[in-house]
Design a protein around this ligand. Structure first.
Ligand SMILES: NC(=O)c1ccc[n+]([C@@H]2O[C@H](COP(=O)([O-])OP(=O)(O)OC[C@H]3O[C@@H](n4cnc5c(N)ncnc54)[C@H](OP(=O)(O)O)[C@@H]3O)[C@@H](O)[C@H]2O)c1
Length: 373
């Protein structure tokens, strides 16, 4: 780790803790991209409730509601600025200085606690250098990275005093367990888990594939439709009795699962109103190892890795390199996350388990795999 890197984010020292904690994900309160937009007062009340209930970490981005998320955070948090940490982002194609200065105006703050590069794309190393200058000027207290491969995270730690990495993590989407989480532990980076509720699916409110309104980004998320939706729905139905037994709302159980995973620092739970915040906060509690094992067993039972048939193996010899790479590893045991990580290790275009799942579903439709997977 570079000198000056901070393993925790937020105003020191009262936020430095070895315990994982729940943060507030402020995408949904931005309104746009999240379906029927509730009124601004209702969305702002979600932020105020989070603050009242002791949440001290707020994650946003200039793109969330085209600045609306930052504006609402600015209004709700201004009087409490010293008590909270605000993290925002810079797009990979945006000018870091212009972007952060716009964020600071909307946030009504002279600094952010954490500035994160939203995605490691294009000339991302240059963007990181730009963030470093802004940190040196005191406009950001710490620098973080989102949506990168482990190879990029490792490189980033050589370029800047990186404090955190933010990636998707919930009990279905577990790519980060393969490489990124262990790397964060090894390099002392805070790991921030996003989409801990699988964009709302783990709240258990969707019994059938939802029809999101036009403009809702979830229309494009593959787990809200087809075979993946059905598998996730089966898991959710089996988690329900467990949540009831523990007297926890289902979304709280899902958040508690993420909070319990080794190496997780802050779990960014999105919420569009105050009652969702209240419900989610009941998840900030410790699950026993037996409960965690029970949840993992339910997920593993529904998501069994597929085995390629002999016909698939034969046909794959004429397919592209990525498809062949996957088929050769479909042995009924190897997790899709492990297949994707092994491909990404090569340093080519990265792969995630979701791509393996979608491809395996296509093979299943053609009778080219055995087992449920
Ligand atoms: N760095 C990145 O690229 C990136 C990407 C995504 C997210 N993030 C960050 O991570 C945060 C969390 O991710 P996310 O907001 O996308 O997804 P999420 O936290 O998995 O899901 C949030 C959504 O779940 C539903 N929900 C939450 N609590 C609920 C409850 N108690 N009962 C019923 N439904 C509930 C709400 O949507 P409905 O009511 O509409 O169902 C809410 O907007 C974001 O806000 C953002 O800060 C970062």
């Amino acid at each position: 780790m570079r000198p000056g890197a901070r393993p925790d984010v937020g105003p020191p020292p009262r936020f430095i803790t070895s315990e994982p904690r729940l943060g507030f994900g402020a995408w949904a309160v931005g309104g746009r991209s999240w379906g029927a937009t509730g009124d601004a007062a209702e969305r702002e009340s979600a932020i105020r409730r989070a603050l009242e209930r002791g949440i001290t970490f707020f994650d946003t981005a200039p793109t969330y509601g085209d600045g609306e998320s930052e504006r609402l955070l600015g209004r709700a948090l201004r009087a409490h600025r010293e008590r909270v940490a605000i993290a925002t982002k810079v797009g990979p194609h945006d000018d870091p200085r212009a972007s952060l200065e716009g964020s600071l105006r909307r946030l009504a703050s002279a600094y952010v606690d954490l500035i994160q590069l939203h995605e490691a794309l294009g000339r991302w190393e240059w963007s990181l250098e730009g963030l470093l200058k802004l940190q040196e000027e005191g406009k950001a207290l710490a620098i973080g990275l989102c949506n990168a491969t482990h190879l990029q995270i490792a490189r980033a730690t050589e370029l800047a005093p990186l404090a955190s990495y933010q990636g998707p993590y919930n009990l279905f989407d577990r790519d980060v367990e393969q490489r990124e989480l262990p790397l964060c532990r090894e390099r002392g980076l805070a790991f921030l888990a996003y989409r801990p509720l699988a964009s709302g699916l783990l709240a258990g409110t969707y019994g059938k594939p939802p029809e999101f309104p036009a403009g809702d980004h979830r229309r494009n998320i593959y787990w809200f439709r087809g075979q993946e939706f059905e598998r996730r729905r089966r898991v959710v139905e089996r988690l329900r009795p467990l949540a009831e037994r523990l007297e926890l709302p289902l979304p709280a159980l899902a958040l508690a699962w993420v909070l319990a995973q080794p190496g997780v620092g802050i779990v960014l739970a999105g919420a569009r109103n105050a009652s969702q915040v209240d419900e989610n906060l009941s998840g900030a509690r410790r699950l026993t190892p037996a409960t965690l094992a029970e949840i993992d067993a339910i997920v593993a039972d529904v998501f069994r890795p597929a085995r390629a048939t002999d016909a698939a193996m034969r046909q794959a010899t004429t397919w592209g390199e990525r498809e062949r790479f996957i088929v050769e590893r479909l042995d009924g045991r190897t997790a899709y996350e492990a297949i994707a990580a092994a491909w990404t290790d090569r340093g080519d275009k990265p792969m995630i388990a979701a791509q393996v799942k979608v491809f395996v579903d296509q093979l299943r439709d053609q009778g080219l795999v055995e087992a449920e997977g």
